[in-house]
Design a protein. Structure first.
Length: 573
């Protein structure tokens, strides 16, 4: 019955054609020579050809010219092989070549079957260009800074690791420059983060202008950048690069009628894979940068043996600090503060002491490490609690004759949004009178960053009833505008201004000016560092409120301080 059979075959063919026309995948049918004998609508749309243009042409037409010969050989080998199919998921992606020259990335599979005495090949393809672009964009987002487009920390470390591995073969050094902007925080706080972001983009562009092709410029976070250079033969070349970067970054930045200025502190480490790991290079460059900050900023500093020793010491101290709070290794001593007119003890400054493995560690060594590692927050709370406990004890013992307690506060602690809340809880816990506690911040640490957030925290502390003093006043660069913004009650002239007071006319003029300024603002004046009778005699010329120094008392344990106060109270009564 040929009639019905033919009708059935025709129906099947028509159904197959309809399926091919609506299916999303690209399907192309060729003979065993690779000549196209059929293509569905998706294939025509993707490659930009009509079915008439495709039919009779080699399938290699749909590949870039430089792949065609190679593809023809691979197709012939597949026809001759025992394989009947190669699925998409078992092959690498291929590039398709459209009629207009556009390249598309494709997943491709191929199968074959016999019809008559020859093979028929069926090629299936899926356009994955968009998916690949999305994957590449996701990869880029994970390895690049969103603001500047520079490599981020993850990619920097990856490139640094590869550079150190290559240095083992090339025997040439790798250089890492750790760049931290000076003064950027002020731009953010005074002009807003949008302006700050524009400045960071400009800085990124300036850094890219200074490096060689192939060098890496990256952004770690905030205002920290990295420059990675390979195949370094002479350290002086990197020193020259650092100088160029310093010069380039401190050029005036003009943005929306603003003239903005930043400088940079740069730490440099040079070495190879036998000397350092990537993490060690990063830490060393960071250490050198921090040393540059300590030396005055706007410059560059190499990491050397001395810095290496200091880094090891800081690491040891950092680990020790974490144990110190739990192991009761901290203690406090009190240096009496004298009222100049009565010559009697009016207060005491709490000074932190640390005994590590039986040896005293100077606060000048461990406090900067605590600030750098963030341990200053928990240490600062410990100190404040000790001061509050002492003040509450003294108030209970001596009532209205109880001296105040002066407690040193790190400017880093002002970064704690919960600082006032934490201190309020400690005041309630200990029963201390906030009016009997003076928080001292050094002028040098505070004044460069008198920003809105710091002012907010300082006002919150003052609202608790705590007194606030500026220590070492006269050594920084305060302006009257900055000074009157602060909720302070006391200025404290530091030891450096008192040394050789009796012989230096300029020092006398400075102290007189500070005293007059302080009193004009309604502030109390304190002077520390009095060690000689001549210094005391000179200070009597000025209308100071409090004096402090070894000439009167050295720091002492609380029990000794209580004995001195008991004697004073008994004598007064």
């Amino acid at each position: 019955m040929p009639g019905p059979a033919m009708n059935y075959k025709q129906i099947i063919n028509e159904a197959v054609q309809k399926i091919l026309s609506v299916i999303d995948s690209v399907i192309i049918v060729t003979n065993e020579k690779g000549i196209i004998i059929e293509a569905n609508r998706s294939a025509c749309q993707l490659f930009g050809y009509s079915i008439e243009e495709l039919t009779g042409n080699p399938v290699h037409l749909l590949l870039p010219p430089y792949y065609r010969e190679q593809h023809a050989d691979a197709l012939e080998q597949f026809v001759l092989s025992p394989e009947t199919q190669r699925p998409m998921n078992r092959r690498n992606s291929v590039l398709g070549y459209c009629k207009d020259g556009t390249l598309v990335e494709l997943e491709a599979g191929i199968a074959k079957f016999h019809t008559g005495d020859q093979w028929i090949l069926v090629v299936t393809m899926l356009d994955i260009t968009q998916r690949k672009q999305q994957q590449q964009e996701l990869l880029r987002q994970s390895t690049h800074d969103a603001l500047t487009g520079l490599p981020n920390r993850k990619l920097i470390l990856e490139r640094l690791n590869h550079a150190l591995q290559r240095s083992l073969r090339s025997k040439l050094n790798v250089a890492l420059l750790f760049i931290d902007l000076d003064g950027f925080k002020l731009i953010n706080d005074n002009h807003g983060h949008e302006t700050g972001d524009e400045v960071l983009k400009i800085i990124a562009a300036r850094l890219l202008d200074q490096v060689r092709p192939g060098d890496t410029v990256g952004r770690l976070s905030g205002d920290e950048f990295i420059v990675l250079c390979e195949q370094i033969e002479k350290p002086e070349l990197i020193a020259n690069l650092a100088m160029r970067i310093n010069d380039a970054l401190k050029e005036m930045i003009q943005h929306q009628e603003l003239n903005l200025l930043v400088t940079a502190s740069i730490g440099i480490i040079i070495g190879h894979g036998q000397q350092y790991s990537a993490d060690e290079m990063m830490r060393s460059a960071d250490t050198a940068m921090y040393e540059m900050k300590q030396r005055g900023r706007d410059g560059w500093q190499f990491f050397n043996d001395q810095l290496q020793w200091q880094a090891q010491q800081k690491n040891s101290i950092s680990l020790g600090l974490r144990r110190a709070l739990e192991g009761n290794e901290f203690s406090s001593v009190f240096q009496p503060i004298i009222a100049l007119h009565t010559k009697q003890i009016a207060g005491a400054e709490l000074l932190l002491r640390w005994n590590l493995d039986g040896k005293a560690v100077s606060p000048e060594i461990f406090i900067p490490v605590a600030e750098m590692t963030g341990m200053i927050y928990s240490i600062g709370e410990w100190v404040f609690r000790e001061g509050c406990k002492a003040q509450a004890n003294w108030r209970q013992r001596w009532k209205e004759e109880a001296p105040f307690v002066a407690i040193n506060l790190s400017a880093r602690q002002l970064n704690q949004k919960q600082l006032a809340a934490n201190f309020a809880a400690i005041l309630q816990e200990t029963g201390a009178d906030p009016a009997g506690i003076v928080l001292e911040l050094t002028e040098m640490a505070l004044m460069p960053d008198v920003i809105e957030s710091n002012l907010t925290i300082l006002h919150q502390l003052a609202d608790l009833g705590l007194q606030i003093a500026i220590d070492d006043f006269g050594t920084g660069h305060s302006s009257l505008t900055q000074l009157i913004q602060l909720p302070i009650s006391q200025l404290k002239i530091g030891k450096s201004s008192v040394d050789d007071l009796e012989n230096q006319q300029n020092t006398s003029v400075l102290i007189d000016a500070i005293v007059r300024l302080g009193h004009s603002l309604g502030l109390q004046l304190a002077v520390e560092g009095i060690e000689t009778e001549a210094q005391l005699a000179e200070l009597k010329r000025y209308d100071c409120d409090f004096i402090q120094g070894y000439f009167f008392h050295s720091p002492m344990h609380e029990q000794s301080f209580i004995q001195h106060m008991d004697h004073q109270v008994m004598k007064n009564n």
